[in-house]
Design a protein around this ligand. Structure first.
Ligand code: DAT
Length: 175
């Protein structure tokens, strides 16, 4: 039988480093990295278009259905989609929920992605008020939700090291 492995949720405002960390963590631990934005795009799991934010509306039920089997098997790193919170996912899916935080919102990273006007403003405010962190604390058991700083490349390295260790320990403890 295959060893039990943890499921990890990465959250935080766009541009905070979730994708970079998630892919590296997957490469180092053998867990599978899943980007919700890409998954939705590939399967066209959309339900209409949001004119205000100029993006397709995610069909949350289809995303959850699509991923459920894989999540039950374990060993998945889920990277939330830009401008979506994390409360669409069932609580039972995750063993740890990570919120990447920045002390200063890096506006230029959002601008680089072509965010302007309301979308840019909303994302900056989202970071300042830690809206996604609040959502995560409400959607999941508080003990499994952790904030990690992601201001510098050193933070990224440190987070990666810690998460590799956490994953290895989890696998030892559960097998
Ligand atoms: P996200 O997936 O959260 O939207 P990303 O991984 O695509 O973010 O990173 C956006 C950019 O920021 C990318 O060029 C890498 C850089 N970056 C990521 N984490 C960082 C950190 N801790 N310090 C400095 N730059 C970082």
């Amino acid at each position: 039988m295959m060893a039990k492995r943890p499921n990890i949720l990465l959250t935080g405002t766009p541009g905070v480093g979730k994708t970079t960390l998630g892919k590296e963590l997957a490469a180092k631990t053998g867990l599978t990295y899943v980007n919700i934005g890409e998954l939705a795009h590939e399967g066209q799991y959309y339900d209409g278009y949001d004119e205000e934010y100029q993006c397709p509306v995610l069909d949350e039920d289809r995303v959850v259905d699509e991923l459920d089997q894989k999540m039950m098997e374990g060993g998945v790193i889920v990277d939330i989609m830009d401008y979506h919170g994390c409360d669409l996912f069932p609580e039972r899916w995750f063993d740890i929920v990570l919120y990447f935080a920045r002390t200063n919102p890096v506006v230029h990273r959002l601008e680089d992605r072509g965010y302007t006007g309301k979308k840019l403003q909303d994302n900056v405010q989202c970071e300042i008020f830690q809206i996604i962190y609040e959502e995560a604390m409400e959607a999941y058991s508080e003990e499994i939700v952790h904030q990690l700083p992601s201001n510098t490349p050193e933070d990224l390295e440190e987070n990666l090291e810690q998460l590799i260790q956490w994953t290895e320990q989890w696998i030892k403890d559960h097998n």
